[in-house]
Design a binder for this molecule. Structure first.
Ligand SMILES: [Zn+2]
Length: 56
């Protein structure tokens, strides 16, 4: 398997204003799901549902 190294280029020291992860509790299993600030949703590692980031 070839592994293309086309991951998002980020400088290691420029994470201040860059995307930051936000922990959201999965509404189904209660697992903490990490949603990056530049993403709107993430998949729960436990139950696999899509967790949406929302202010409440
Ligand atoms: Zn879950």
């Amino acid at each position: 398997m070839s592994q293309p190294s086309v991951f998002k280029e980020k400088s290691p020291c420029s994470t201040r204003t860059a995307a930051a992860p936000e922990m959201v509790e999965c509404p189904v299993c209660g697992e903490k799901v990490e949603i990056w600030s530049d993403e709107e949703e993430a998949t729960c590692p436990e139950c696999g549902i899509t967790v949406t980031r929302q202010a409440r």
